[in-house]
Design a protein around this ligand. Structure first.
Ligand SMILES: [Zn+2]
Length: 420
């Protein structure tokens, strides 16, 4: 006779010290040059990190699944063989000069949840699976979130295998070389729900003094490449009225970009991170300027409005200056709205545990953003010092890690349903 209870008691907690020790142990693999990590995807170090993770999972009684993209799935059985598993996880790969927590916390907190369930002798109706997604960072093989993207049907597997690194090596070949190309069909697994704990990688939670970010949305992104053409001419001998200065046109368009983003405060942002002027010579008025506008917002209608106003406004600026302008959309993805039930499970868990929390929008992409396309998904964030990430100096406190993992534990166990 099983009587499902919806939530674990608030006194049930994970082991923060064991979690921290595991984080420090994993960080010994692929050490960086400045206290962080260089454990890039499908390198020997990645293979070593995976092996350690598998050893830990098996010691905790899980069985490991491995798919053809090298995604790892450590499964703890539930009591109902027909129930879909509740998944949690993130990624073990790092930037070349990465931190010890970006991604890693999301995987090892999942392991800590399983270890805690074992300690407390808790059985759940749904199986629980801890996941490590291959190549989230996308530094060695672009794009980011490559394998969760294949899992969610965003990219084909053949296309992913053909991605090359700076030395011309292919992702699929390297995955096989390190021994982590599995047999399982990618994306065949069905999920009851997916939860990802991640460090914020931004300054908001620390500044607001909150322990937990309840992530409700992920920012959408739009990249538009703008090319402005004028006429190259001598900076000294060309009279002002006769200049067709593409650089000046770009400056005015960039002012407009800033104005457009501010008009949709507080969540929209806009900037040009990539700028080229031609010929880029001290005494030549630029004849061409090429730059990429990056607009982001959690609201698709806002992104579309920003794109439209950019095109109309830049066209007018350039017409008035005797310049021509062309636009090309070179990238983007739609905003993510996480699953209401999963988000509530996270918020309720933080509430039940007496942790300070606030709703948050993820400014960066995460595996959860792709998995949200195929399963009910939510994210939990914990603060990081000065909002610093993708840097070896990335730092969090053991208390923050434990608080985030306790919320993950409660949200997952509530979703997987405790059995008597
Ligand atoms: Zn990450």
């Amino acid at each position: 006779m099983t009587a499902p209870t919806s939530a674990p008691g608030e006194n049930l907690k994970i082991n923060g010290q064991r979690l921290w020790d595991s984080l420090m142990e994993m960080a010994k693999i692929g050490p960086g040059v400045a206290g962080g990590n260089n454990r890039q995807t499908v390198t020997d170090e990645d293979g070593e990190g995976r092996a350690l993770f598998q050893t830990w999972c098996e010691a905790a009684g899980c069985t490991m699944g491995l798919d053809q993209m090298g995604n790892m799935f450590a499964r703890r059985e539930g009591t109902d063989p027909d129930a879909l598993p509740v998944y949690m996880g993130s990624h073990l790969d790092t930037q070349p000069t990465g931190g010890k927590y970006d991604g890693v916390l999301g995987v090892l907190s999942g392991l800590e949840v399983v270890r805690t369930l074992n300690d407390l002798n808790i059985r759940t109706k749904h199986p629980i699976v801890v996941t490590n997604f291959t190549n989230e960072e996308g530094t060695r093989f672009a794009p980011a979130m490559l394998s969760s993207g294949v899992f969610a049907g965003i990219h084909t597997q053949d296309w992913a295998y053909d991605r090359t690194d700076a030395e011309g090596l292919k992702f699929g070949d390297e995955l096989r070389r390190i021994g982590w190309r599995g047999e399982e069909e990618v994306g065949a697994r069905k999920m009851h729900a997916f939860f990802e704990l991640h460090i914020e990688q931004g300054p908001i939670l620390e500044a607001e003094g909150k322990e937990i970010g309840v992530v409700t949305h992920g920012q959408g992104l739009s990249w538009t490449q703008v090319t402005i053409t004028g006429r190259e001419s001598h900076t000294g001998s060309t009279p002002m009225p006769l200049r067709r200065n593409a650089g000046l046109g770009m400056a005015r368009v960039l002012e407009l970009v800033d104005e457009i983003a501010w008009s949709h405060k507080p969540h929209a942002v806009g900037a040009a991170g990539h700028i080229d002027v031609f010929p880029n010579s001290r005494n030549v008025i630029p004849g061409k300027a090429q730059f990429t506008i990056d607009f982001r917002s959690p609201d698709l209608a806002v992104i579309e409005d920003m794109e439209k106003r950019l095109r109309e406004g830049a066209q007018k600026i350039c017409d008035d200056m005797g310049l021509t302008v062309e636009f090309e959309k070179v990238g983007g993805f739609d905003p993510v709205t996480f699953d209401e039930t999963c988000v509530s499970a996270v918020r309720n868990a933080a509430e039940r545990l007496g942790l300070t929390h606030m709703d948050l929008i993820s400014g960066a992409g995460h595996d959860a953003c792709w998995i949200n396309r195929v399963a009910p998904t939510a994210m939990i964030m914990c603060p990081c010092v000065d909002g610093l990430s993708h840097n070896e100096a990335e730092e969090i406190s053991p208390e923050w890690a434990a608080a985030g993992t306790n919320v993950l534990f409660h949200a997952v166990v509530e979703t997987a349903i405790i059995q008597d």
